[in-house]
Design a protein around this ligand. Structure first.
Ligand code: ADP
Length: 469
């Protein structure tokens, strides 16, 4: 059952449901119909017998009945004559009426049960039932009370089978059409389900082709439509789009990383070969080792930055967020970094009290260190740096201003890219990952970053975060 295709399962299910409904309908129709028929039979029986009550008369004088109608049945009864009118319905609609005396001796009429008298006591104006030879009969008796007729009984008898002939056309038609209807609806359901499910086959076909062929550029095309399956296809296409993007990003990242690592590795190898080629002076060895150390540091920082990048991009739980006292954090980082005093550059810090942010302390420290580090690196001799933390309406604004070399309009759009360096001569151990990291950390905290800069005059990096904890 589990291995059956969905369209077969659905068809089987609703065919079964239709059959249940049909059987239930049959049951109701037959039951109600039977009740109605039986009531009609009984009503018919009562009506016929009641009609016949007035058709039996008693006369003391023979001339009276003869004069009334020559076709009537007349017979001697006690001291007079019984006249059975020719309107007497002794057999109509299969209702048989018989006239008996009190001893149940037959006087006139018809009996529906040939050769058998019905041994049921008389009961005036009451429908009784009796089963003879497996057939159910309804009996209705009337005691005649007119002058001279006392002691006579009229008995009407009708078989329940009389109703069989009354089976309505609706029943006959339903018996014929309902099974045909069931077959038609099962076939229609199968075709409809097959048609409705065909887009799923198209989706699964495309998905497996994309999966097997690694062709992430492929999309599922179901044609125009807005139903659930088209929405599903659109969801799949969206997923493929994202997958394609992230594969592309990963490919780009891998290529960038290998490209960036190649240079320090080549430098290290070259220095090693140079040192081992022949006997070198101690100064030359020292210089080679200094270079190797610098390149090694550069690689180490790059690897650390790349790992942090991956953690940030994957948004894993490795960075736990908590309430960070930004005032305290900014002041502490600034007081540490003010000690650098590179190129006579001074660092000043202006903070508003009690500014807190829901975030990660380590990342926020990294963000600020990167920005201040850049301000030193790309600053002017005896220049100054200003770090400012304040509230701006419902937002927290953190800015790092320097009066350094500034950034050209063209470079302003590129410096947040990974490995991009506008001025590599000043970058030191940097690999062009610092600002990308700053942007990632800002995004991680739901903030935004903007840059205002003019070449030769300096730059200001402004970060904005939401103040809602
Ligand atoms: P790195 O400093 O390692 O080169 P970053 O991503 O931190 O990498 O910076 C990218 C580039 O942006 C730098 O190479 C530099 O050219 C430019 N830049 C960053 N900060 C400043 C600044 N405060 N003033 C001038 N240029 C800057």
């Amino acid at each position: 059952m589990k291995s059956l295709p969905i369209r077969i399962k659905i068809t089987m299910w609703f065919t079964a449901a239709i059959l249940v409904v049909i059987f239930f309908t049959y049951f109701i129709v037959f039951h109600v119909h039977h009740q109605i028929i039986q009531k009609t039979i009984r009503d018919n029986l009562i009506e016929t017998v009641e009609h016949n009550v007035d058709e039996v008369e008693y006369y003391t004088n023979i001339e009276q009945p003869v004069a009334s109608n020559e076709t009537d049945y007349i017979r001697i009864y006690q001291n007079g004559y019984l006249e059975i009118d020719d309107d007497f319905l002794d057999q109509v609609n299969e209702v048989y009426t018989t006239l008996y005396n009190a001893d149940m001796d037959f006087i006139y009429g018809e009996n529906p049960i040939p050769g058998q008298s019905v041994e049921v006591d008389f009961a005036d104006a009451k429908v009784q039932q009796v089963r003879v030879n497996g057939v159910l009969y309804y009996i209705f008796d009337r005691k005649l009370t007119a002058e001279g007729l006392k002691g006579l009984w009229l008995r009407g008898i009708v078989s329940e089978h009389q109703g069989a002939d009354h089976m309505s056309d609706v029943i006959r038609l339903s018996l014929f059409f309902l099974p045909i209807l069931a077959v038609f609806s099962a076939a229609g359901g199968y075709l409809l389900t097959k048609k409705m499910l065909s887009p799923i086959q198209a989706i699964s076909g495309s998905a497996s082709q994309i999966g097997s062929g690694n062709d992430l550029g492929r999309r599922i095309d179901l044609g125009p439509g807005e139903d659930e399956l088209h929405q599903l296809a659109e969801t799949f296409n969206e997923m493929f789009r994202r997958l394609e993007q992230s594969f592309e990003a990963e490919r780009q990242f891998t290529s960038d990383v290998s490209h960036e690592l190649r240079t320090p590795v080549s430098v290290i190898l070259a220095q090693c070969e140079f040192s081992l080629e022949e006997q070198r002076s101690s100064e030359e060895y020292e210089l080679a080792l200094q270079t190797i150390k610098r390149q090694g540091r550069k690689m180490s920082r790059m690897i650390c930055d790349m790992l942090d990048f991956t953690r940030l991009e994957m948004r894993t739980d490795s960075y736990v967020c908590e309430q960070v006292d930004m005032t305290e954090l900014v002041e502490s980082v600034c007081s540490d970094m003010a000690l650098i005093q590179e190129n006579g550059i001074t660092l000043r810090c202006e903070t508003e009290n009690g500014i807190c942010l829901h975030g990660n302390r380590e990342l926020m420290t990294r963000l600020l260190t990167n920005l201040i580090g850049n301000a030193y690196r790309y600053g002017k001799e005896n220049g100054h740096i200003l770090v400012c933390l304040k509230r701006n309406g419902k937002e927290i604004e953190l800015s790092v201003t320097d009066n350094g070399i500034g950034i050209s309009k063209e470079d302003q759009t590129k410096i947040f890219r990974r490995f991009y360096q506008a001025d590599s001569s000043r970058s030191g151990n940097g690999a062009g990952l610092g600002l990308s990291m700053v942007e990632q950390i800002t995004k991680f905290h739901g903030g935004s970053i903007r840059l205002e800069s003019e070449p030769g005059k300096g730059s200001v990096f402004i970060l904005t975060f939401s103040d809602i904890l």
